[in-house]
Design a protein around this ligand. Structure first.
Ligand code: PLP
Length: 503
């Protein structure tokens, strides 16, 4: 493809993308293809001769689109959003053109420096304590990771390294040190809660370390409390285990609950005070709801300043902040914790700037070596929308969540809200048909409602299970969703619920 052909192809592609967004509401939200559909439509091997762009582009609509589930559809109320926006798409275009494996500063100074700048902007916008800024008092800073799962794994690696450094006697060397480290590692345990995202457990699995999930209860709003954490710490101690890591959540996946940061800090201070050797590393997983911190009222209600006591924080701009996948923004209070755990030198990567210690080499803050120019799309989104534009969008989607929950309350003969609305997420189930209805009956009816509504193709919902109760989640955070789409969702739910209730 030469420059002229690229121009024609790119223009046609952009036209196609615009048409896609404009016609999106007319499509079914979820793909209806059968497993293996695509192999039947494609040749069994790659073409020997190159093809012209129009033929390739035609196949996007004919062969790919049927297998796409539309995450930007206004009726997409499942999981959490996975955003995109025009400025973000433009960022990806430039990033693809400037392709490189920018692991060291010298590999493209702008890639590293823009990332540091925009993550400082973001930390300020979210109201994170200054210790998480690269210019802050504790030499912290942010780095873009591929996902929240990668971020929690990175945090756990750094936490393990810090804990071992602080607790294995410094005078031990060689084999004696290796033995002492292995004995210590066998006792170390990572903690989370029963509503923490599965990525924390997966990180522990990958690292081969023990993992305990502390039960969170409905009466505590499904949040980790001081009492719950203290009991778990005591139990670990009684079993000879040493907690070194705790994942707390701002906006759990199932119900968007927020752990009690003040209570967590108090419990930990009674166990191993902050700043003492062997303190527990606390990672704040704000993958989805962290985006809402762009609004000062959310910073206030979550008391985000309290996380200055904790060690790392992660949020995905690619969920609810209009940047497309991947843009997981991971912040640490002291960047040396990452560098000490993840810096492995190899002669081929040496250069004057790195060796002089003058620059940031993000390969030392992450698991992979190579990295893309991801900060560009963040920069474009922040500049195109501005802080005010993003606040407006978040507030609008939260308000739609409140309107949806209100519509359910009005029909309390049909629906019971289980949690929320919280950060644009409402969790609900079908109301009891009679006072004697059993849990199994209610679960079966709610599941029936859920499956019938999804089968309409108009909207897509996901479900969860809370203390044995099957419940439906409805999220209103997608950029294209407007009030009229919420009305469609309510109307669909009411019609199907009436039918299910009639039996
Ligand atoms: N943490 C929370 C609270 C989530 O809701 C999710 C996914 O929805 C994750 C972590 C994992 O996100 P990722 O796909 O970026 O690994």
């Amino acid at each position: 493809m030469d420059a002229h052909e690229f121009k024609e192809a790119a223009t046609a592609t952009i036209d196609d993308i615009i048409a896609y967004f404009e016609t999106l509401p007319a499509r079914d939200v979820v793909s209806r293809v059968e497993p293996g559909y695509l192999r039947k439509l494609l040749p069994s091997s790659a073409p020997q001769e190159g093809e012209a762009w129009p033929a390739i582009q035609r196949d996007v609509e004919a062969k790919i689109m049927p297998g796409i589930t539309h995450w930007s559809h206004p009726g997409f109320h499942a999981f959490f959003p996975c955003a995109t926006s025009y400025p973000s798409i433009l960022g990806e275009l430039y990033s693809a053109a400037l392709s490189g494996a920018c692991f060291n500063w010298i590999c493209s100074p702008a890639v590293t420096e823009l990332e540091t700048v925009v993550l400082d902007w973001l930390a300020q916008m979210l109201g994170l304590p200054p210790c998480f800024l690269s210019t802050g008092p504790t030499a912290g800073g942010g780095v873009i990771q591929g996902s929240a799962s990668e971020a929690v794994l990175t945090a756990m690696v750094a936490a393990r390294d810090k804990y071992l450094r602080e607790t294995v006697p410094a005078h031990l060397e060689g084999d004696a040190r290796e033995d002492a480290v292995m004995v210590k590692r066998s006792k170390m345990v990572a903690l989370a809660t029963t509503l923490t995202h599965s990525s924390a457990k997966k990180a522990a699995l990958i690292l081969g370390c023990r993992f305990r999930a502390i039960k969170v209860r409905e009466e505590d709003g499904y949040a980790l409390t001081k009492v719950g954490l203290t009991a778990a710490l005591d139990e670990c101690r009684a079993q000879g285990l040493e907690p070194f890591f705790l994942a707390v959540t701002l906006g759990t996946t199932d119900v968007c609950s927020v752990d009690d940061f003040a209570g967590v800090a108090e419990a930990l201070d009674e166990h191993a005070p902050a700043g003492q050797p062997g303190e527990v590393w606390v990672h704040v997983d704000a993958a989805y709801a962290g985006a809402a911190l762009v609004c000062p009222e959310v910073q206030e209600s979550t008391r985000i300043e309290l996380i200055s006591r904790f060690h790392s924080f992660d949020m995905n701009m690619h969920k609810w902040l209009l940047v497309n996948f991947d843009a997981s923004c991971f912040f640490v209070r002291d960047r040396e914790w990452l560098v000490q755990a993840l810096s492995v030198n190899q002669a081929v990567y040496g250069n004057k700037a790195s060796d002089g210690g003058l620059v940031t080499d993000y390969r030392e803050w992450q698991i992979p070596l190579g990295r893309r120019f991801r900060s560009l799309k963040i920069w474009f989104v922040l500049r195109s929308y501005g802080v005010k534009g993003l606040q407006e969008y978040i507030r609008r989607t939260i308000k739609m969540g409140e309107e949806f929950a209100e519509a359910l309350r009005v029909r309390s003969d049909l629906f019971e809200i289980v949690t929320g609305p919280s950060f644009a997420l409402t969790v609900f189930r079908l109301a009891a048909k009679s006072e004697s209805a059993s849990l199994e009956e209610r679960n079966a009816l709610t599941r029936n409602l859920y499956e019938k509504v999804n089968a309409t193709g108009k909207i897509w919902l996901t479900s969860t299970e809370l203390d044995g109760r099957f419940a439906i989640r409805l999220m209103t955070g997608v950029r294209t969703t407007e009030g009229e789409h919420i009305q469609t969702a309510v109307k669909t739910l009411v019609e199907v619920a009436e039918e299910v209730m009639r039996g």
